[in-house]
Design a binder for this molecule. Structure first.
Ligand SMILES: [Zn+2]
Length: 268
């Protein structure tokens, strides 16, 4: 019985259009760094993907699991676990770009042990936020808008080489913009992290509930405080070039069940 339902879900997924069906849900995109939108029965609970609890929401009386797919996910079949059995999803390849950067400031390429210790501490603080799962204040999935003005550089997922050494793929979207341009909250949420980080510079993290976190880096100015509740469109800071950057821009990251996913999937 349940197996049959799951099969129906998979068939449905294969023919899902990107946004048309769902007013507020992000786009369905089955790739590393993408999002799986799974219509589920009401009795499907305890949903986990790669050991992380998954966000659920409702749209027009239908329940959905909204699953972030980490950039490190291998291609092929992978399972979303539930109390009613596994839901297999098919992860497809995506033509992410490659970027080769020559950095003059080698302290960013080969950080000192002191800098590494600092980075480790910062990464830990950010990981604690990414792996948190708080109650949402919304009923249907929150609508998102771009956090600042500018042309997207389509940089999410880019494979990066610094001075010919391969590094982790780019986990956010860069929006080139002048220093001082305002940055706004893309959706309602709570400020759960503020810091001046070694790589990310001045950074704000906003919790939108159920493991959905947004991140804004390299800011010249932070205009919110820890624990502050922010509303969509409210100014939170200014674009800058703090941290490891080659020029002023906003780095916008989105995380779902501890998976960094393409922020563009949240925009209409
Ligand atoms: Zn970036």
């Amino acid at each position: 019985m349940h197996k049959k339902n799951l099969k129906t879900i998979c068939t449905l997924l294969a023919i899902l259009p990107s946004t048309a069906l769902f007013a507020a849900l992000p786009q369905n995109s089955l790739r590393p760094g993408g999002i799986a939108i799974l219509p589920i029965q009401n009795n499907v609970q305890d949903i986990y993907y790669q050991k992380h609890r998954v966000l659920t929401t409702e749209e027009n009386g239908q329940k959905y699991a909204v699953v972030g797919i980490p950039l490190s996910t291998p291609l092929g079949t992978s399972d979303v676990e539930t109390n009613q059995g596994n839901i297999p999803i098919q992860i497809q390849s995506y033509p992410y770009a490659e970027q080769h950067i020559q950095l003059k400031n080698t302290s960013f390429v080969e950080p000192s042990s002191e800098q590494l210790a600092r980075y480790k501490k910062e990464a830990e603080a950010q990981n604690n936020i990414y792996t948190s799962f708080t109650q949402n204040t919304w009923h249907t999935f929150p609508n998102f808008i771009a956090p600042t003005q500018g042309k997207f550089s389509n940089s999410f997922g880019r494979k990066r080489f610094f001075n010919n050494e391969e590094r982790a793929p780019h986990s956010g979207l860069d929006i080139p913009a002048p220093v001082g341009q305002k940055v706004i909250a893309p959706a309602d949420g709570t400020v759960v992290g503020i810091g001046n980080y070694f790589f990310n510079g001045n950074t704000i993290l906003i919790d939108h509930g159920q493991g959905l976190i947004s991140m804004f880096c390299h800011l010249s100015k932070i205009e919110v405080h820890q624990g502050q509740i922010v509303h969509q469109g409210e100014e939170i800071g200014k674009v800058g070039k703090t941290g490891r950057v080659t020029g002023p821009h906003l780095h916008w990251g989105m995380s779902l069940n501890d998976a960094r996913v393409d922020p563009q999937l949240f925009l209409k």
